[in-house]
Design a protein around this ligand. Structure first.
Ligand SMILES: Nc1nc2c(ncn2[C@@H]2O[C@H](COP(=O)(O)OP(=O)(O)OP(=O)(O)O)[C@@H](O)[C@H]2O)c(=O)[nH]1
Ligand SMILES: [Mg+2]
Length: 354
């Protein structure tokens, strides 16, 4: 399962341009708002140099990187939550995502229409949050009659209603659900409402090309990730060497894709581990803090059910000892059990029995 990220923002801020740059697919980018009338979906391999280093050691049949799915959502304008613009039909697509990338217009072109008249990312962020909060309030209002009825049944149901009512007050102040001070277990109680403002959000500043290396003005104390969508989409068409040259000219070290995925992993508390065998060298995504059986379960549920142990080496050890045989000779291949907490970059081989 890929991590799924929905790209949201006001109309015409460069979402489709960014999407195209990330996914290398020709989409529609136009000068006028509401160019995208259908949500676009693209699955991207997560670039990771370590995969090739492992492959050089084991000569596998194939290399399988982790993947991230990006969904390009049409612009949400003021009033979208009420069905104005094209907003409403896209709220469902946002609901399915693990996280949101919120694109804010920082670039200054006179050729590109700004729906609110001028460039002001803080105001735009506010508009977007308001629309998503209003959509969530709509969701809660529709659920309230059912929740009230269920609340008469028992204590857990009554507790759920109480949390939802407090959350409603919070949303009514224009605050996103993710910032609500949930008590223990309260967050789980509202999970099935699938509120849009519960989702983790990564702010992306779509900056002018010559500002790609500058730090954009923070929004509510958060530093957005600066990306020039236009420059990135030009880079996406280039040969690797040419692209590298262009990057250094702009003063950036990594492609927007790499920086975005790294930021998303950090935001969501995710990390990678590897399997390296004759058949394939592969990257897998797990939450930070996951234990060995949970990591095994990402590969196959049988691996988790029948977990015995995990032969484990750090990535650096694996590479410096030239793979499994070298690790064994050096006594660096660890036998880890059920309680082992996986580290970023671990190379693992699971032993199981079902
Ligand atoms: N100068 C400049 N123009 C940009 C940049 N990013 C996007 N644009 C232009 O802005 C216009 C709108 O870009 P899109 O990517 O279609 O915007 P969008 O957010 O997907 O718009 P909707 O889907 O209509 O909400 C296009 O003409 C792009 O070429 C940028 O970084 N700099
Ligand atoms: Mg678009």
């Amino acid at each position: 399962m890929s991590l799924s990220i929905a790209i949201v923002g006001l109309p015409n801020v460069g979402k489709s341009t960014l999407f195209t740059a990330l996914t290398h697919r020709g989409g529609v980018a136009t000068r006028y708002p509401f160019a995208s009338v259908e949500a676009n979906v693209g699955v991207v391999e997560v670039p990771d140099n370590r995969l090739q280093m492992l492959a050089d050691i084991v000569n596998p049949g194939r290399i399988v990187p982790a993947t991230v799915e990006f969904v390009d959502i049409a612009g949400l304008a003021r009033g979208s939550s009420l069905g104005e613009g094209l907003g409403n039909q896209f709220l469902a697509r946002i609901r399915e995502a693990d996280a949101l990338v919120e694109v804010l217009r920082y670039f200054s072109s006179n050729d590109v229409v700004h729906v609110e008249g001028n460039v002001n990312p803080a105001r735009d962020h506010d508009t977007l949050v308001t629309e998503l909060v209003l959509a969530d309030l709509g969701t809660i209002e529709r659920a309230l009659p059912r929740l009230s009825k269920e609340a008469k049944r028992g204590k857990p149901e009554a507790a759920k209603l109480a949390v939802v009512e407090r959350l409603m007050e919070w949303l009514n102040e224009g605050q996103p659900a993710r910032d609500f001070a949930f008590g223990d277990e309260e967050q789980a109680m509202v999970y099935d409402l699938h509120l849009l403002t519960m989702k983790p959000v990564l702010l992306v500043a779509n900056v002018d090309e010559d500002a790609a290396a500058l730090i954009p003005k923070p929004i509510m104390g958060i530093n957005p990730l600066p990306i020039s969508a236009e420059a990135e989409s030009a880079i996406a068409q280039m040969a690797p060497e040419e692209a590298e040259e262009f990057f250094s000219m702009l003063g950036i070290e990594e492609s927007g894709l790499v920086r975005l995925v790294q930021a998303a992993y950090q935001l969501l508390g995710l990390q990678s581990f590897f399997t390296a065998g004759e058949m394939e060298v592969r990257a897998w995504t797990i939450p930070i803090g996951a234990k060995a059986p949970q990591a095994a379960g990402v590969i196959h549920s049988d691996f988790e059910r029948g977990f015995i142990k995990a032969e484990t080496a750090s990535f650096d050890d694996y590479v410096s000892h030239g793979g499994e045989a070298g690790l064994k000779t050096a006594g660096k291949l660890r036998q880890e059990g059920k309680e082992y907490v996986v580290s970023e970059g671990d190379v693992m081989h699971f032993k199981f029995n079902v």
